[in-house]
Design a protein around this ligand. Structure first.
Ligand code: 3PZ
Ligand code: ZN
Length: 374
């Protein structure tokens, strides 16, 4: 059994081309489009065979406190005046993406009113530039623009925006050397390359940028250890690696990656406690479950880490009373780590969760809807 077809970095077999056809020019590469099939069947690709038959597998079914986490996310959305909400105020649009994606993965979107969310998202748009700010009246930035597009994709409401206006804003951030700025202030970072490429791909507008130059710039940020930094010569970091590998996956450019070398660096991130860190000598943190795991999946080396130990580490970071997941055991929970914890478990095919796409960071059914129905 397989939960989909993964052709990251290699050509699809002829049979698939015959069955599904050749992708049109503004579609993502075929390996990203072929994601149909049973949505939740642990595949040999993601799990070693002994994982499914291990005696602990059925016991873990109830270990993720889905109801509690859904309640927690909805409560954060409602509160607007406490400390947690004040910290989140400038990045509320990112918070909406983390919270709503988590609810969707857990099949808990029922209690959300899509019309209300869409109306609020539109009120965060800067009508002049077409970009989105982190909250109503805030300056536009590509980071919030991707969150807006992702939430609209999640709600199947991409028709609510002027796709050309938004994609012109994103495409306008590309520099002559292929890199991307985050906003008018011009800071350059490979994070912005990923965000721009992901956003334009979801909008079917990759043709508005110079993809070849964008890829060349990302490749120029590759290090001798196999990882990637934020600019050429920048230190390898798991978050940055996710951005670079995600952008290369979306543009069908993973042949630039030494999978064994990078896979080695990534699987070295797993520590004794089962969790993952972002760089050598750093503490483990639930959010690295996402950055590292998704990268390992895209380069087909996820079997190099111990998923059982990592699942246990994440489940240990749950607050079973108030709901939510923290960065490491016994710390305070937040929406960010709740999302990355649940998304990490979804990447490991935790029972009862929707599968999430490692490159687009959206549920696989949402990505399929965008690239199959047009
Ligand atoms: C956190 N941001 O700069 S932030 C973020 N971090 O806006 C959101 N793991 O203190 C929340 N660390 C919590 N809710 C933390 C988003 C950071 C990441 C900090 C963090 C996470 C360890 C120290 C950067 C996408 C978007 C933004 C980031 C990464 C990926 C903070 C500290 C920083 C930030 C917000 C709150 C509570 C939540
Ligand atoms: Zn973290």
């Amino acid at each position: 059994m397989s939960r989909g077809f993964h052709f990251y970095g290699s050509s699809p077999p002829l049979l698939f081309l015959l069955l599904f056809g050749v992708p049109s020019s503004d579609s993502p590469p075929l390996h990203l489009r072929l994601r149909s099939g049973p949505s939740h069947s642990p595949s040999g690709f993601l799990f070693t065979p002994d994982y499914e038959s291990s005696p602990s597998f059925p016991d873990r079914m109830g270990d993720l406190a889905v109801e509690k986490h859904a309640e927690y996310i909805l409560s954060v959305e409602k509160r607007k005046d406490d400390f947690e909400s004040l910290v989140m105020e400038h990045l509320r649009l990112n918070g909406a993406y983390w919270g709503l994606t988590t609810l969707d993965i857990m099949h808990k979107m029922g209690s959300v009113n899509p019309d209300e969310v869409v109306a609020w998202i539109l009120s965060c748009q800067d009508k002049e530039s077409g970009g989105f700010g982190g909250n109503v009246g805030h300056d536009p930035h590509v980071l919030y623009t991707l969150s807006a597009v992702q939430v609209l994709a999640l709600l199947d409401r991409l028709d609510a925006i002027d796709v050309n206006k938004v994609s012109d804003y994103v495409a306008g951030l590309q520099n002559e050397d292929g890199s991307f700025a985050g906003d008018i202030w011009g800071e350059v970072d490979t994070r912005f390359s990923y965000v721009a490429i992901c956003c334009l791909s979801l909008l079917h507008r990759l043709n508005k940028i110079n993809v070849e130059k964008a890829v060349d710039y990302i490749v120029s940020c590759k290090n001798l250890d196999g990882g990637f930094g934020s600019i050429p010569g920048g230190e390898s970091h798991a978050g940055q690696i996710f951005c670079c590998i995600g952008a290369l996956a979306i543009t069908g450019s993973l042949h630039h990656v030494d999978r064994d070398l990078l896979g080695w660096w990534l699987c070295e991130r797993q520590c004794k406690d089962g969790g993952l860190n972002g760089r050598p000598e750093k503490l483990t943190d639930v959010c690295y479950s996402w950055w590292v795991l998704s990268s390992l999946i895209m380069i087909d080396r996820v079997h190099w880490i111990d998923k059982n130990k990592l699942s246990k580490f994440i489940l240990n970071c749950q607050d079973l009373e108030k709901g939510g997941i923290s960065d490491r055991p016994d710390n305070a929970v937040d929406v960010f780590h709740t999302y990355f914890g649940v998304a990490g478990l979804s990447l490991m095919e935790y029972p009862g969760l929707k599968p999430i796409d490692p490159a687009y960071a959206l549920p696989v059914d949402v990505v399929n809807r965008i690239f199959f129905q047009k």
